[in-house]
Write a protein that binds this ligand. Sequence first.
Ligand SMILES: Cc1cc2nc3c(=O)[nH]c(=O)nc-3n(C[C@H](O)[C@H](O)[C@H](O)COP(=O)(O)OP(=O)(O)OC[C@H]3O[C@@H](n4cnc5c(N)ncnc54)[C@H](O)[C@@H]3O)c2cc1C
Length: 473
Amino acid sequence: MKRNSISRRQFIQSTAAVSLAFATPKIAWGQTSADVIIIGAGMSGLSAALSLEDHGIDVLVLEGKNRVGGRVYSIDNVPGSPEGGANAIVGPRPVAVAKRFGVELIDRSNRSGTSRGRLLVLNGKIISPSDWPDSPQNPFPKESREKMPWAYVSPIVSQNNPLKSLADWVDPAHASYDISLHAFLRKQGVGDRIIQLAVDTNCLYGTSAHDASALMPLRNDVWRQKLGRINFVGKGGNQRVPEGIARNLKRRVVLHKAVSGIRSEADGVDVYCSDGAQYRARFVICSVPVPVFRNLRIEPVLTGIQEQAVKTMDYTLSTQVHITAKRPFWEDDGLPPSMWTDGPAGMVSASRNEAGEITSLAARASGFMARYLDRLGPEGAKAAVIKYIEEFRPAAKGQLTALHFHSWELDRFAGGGNYMVWGPGEVTAFHGKLWARHGRISFCGQYTSLLDRGMEGAMASGERAASEVIERL
Ligand SMILES: Cc1cc2nc3c(=O)[nH]c(=O)nc-3n(C[C@H](O)[C@H](O)[C@H](O)COP(=O)(O)OP(=O)(O)OC[C@H]3O[C@@H](n4cnc5c(N)ncnc54)[C@H](O)[C@@H]3O)c2cc1C
């Protein structure tokens, strides 16, 4: 029997096998639940729903979690609702939608912790900016020894960036830059020790500079130039933006509805959920991140480059511990609350309220350090981060309480953090093909957005997927 010709009964059985339970179908076969079902209520899925509703189309959004927003996640059980996901609202789409649904935005530059200084901590020791140029741990050449590790690579990327517009990163003319970031930096004369400190520690692209195509930071550099530094936060947390969209949809988002399989047929699409519920629509828009999609049962199966890409693409790693302090220990030791470390605390930033007061500290580990914390589990990770900070900042001893742990890689509805990492050669091999529509299934999600990043990219992709469906309805 061919893999893509299993019977409906077999398909249900196999999706139920990955489900927690298999209950009686709630929808009779052939009955349509909506014109379009959208899987996932992150910014891309909600944006697709909004666009479709604006065209008078009946939409049902199914969301696996008990909240909307996906990787826009304000941690409401920590004072000040710090951001566990998207920090900065950048780009016209999220700003416009916040305005449309009455979510107040605040200029983030007033709240930015890092603009007030950042402490460098290597091998468990604080290194002051005045000691850094002469530190034996400083790998930078003579003329750049005053640069802090987090500020070293961006200017090199900018100075050697051949891309002029956002579309350039997928232009075959730049395929020669689809090499690893490590190889690209080596070509610019940057040594291994420098790459290890300035890129691999607190790695923004997977686990090391070997993981990402140089086209990623080159593209990000163009994006930064295009949008400038102005960015916002939603009053009360960025999650208020997706909540505003969801509240204004005609049909309520169905929460706690984890999809486990999608079957596209000639006249419609069946959607199967982990709890045994089934839905049917004329079209489906699937907005789940690639690591989640990889584990869904899809009929007919994906083939060729699309299958290969879905099986292999990974995301950045981000594991966080959110901490409150009984006393503002940074006033006691006179050092900045924000820190850049090579230890389990990763990058620590101060979360502030609208008045600029510090409400909590967020320790965000990435790369291998995120995986290390994941292995310790929530309580072990919280204890490790606090112990680590207390060791080099005695003023913090006994003052810290870790209230919240979140690993984006372990989050079963995300499977990874900020964005998908395009590996060396993958931009050339996969771009455009990864999200080609599959039968009656269209795809959206930040990873499908070629031109824009973050929330802006997610929303643009939702609009693109909605117009793809509108054309076919
Ligand atoms: C730590 C971090 C920092 C970031 N910083 C910024 C920033 O400063 N600025 C910025 O613009 N962007 C930032 N981003 C990126 C931004 O959050 C994302 O690009 C954007 O929110 C992605 O939206 P999406 O709809 O594509 O995906 P997601 O938000 O991941 O939405 C997918 C949705 O599908 C749901 N889902 C998954 N599987 C299933 C299933 N089986 N069944 C049903 N539902 C399912 C998920 O629960 C989720 O709600 C950051 C992200 C992270 C993690």
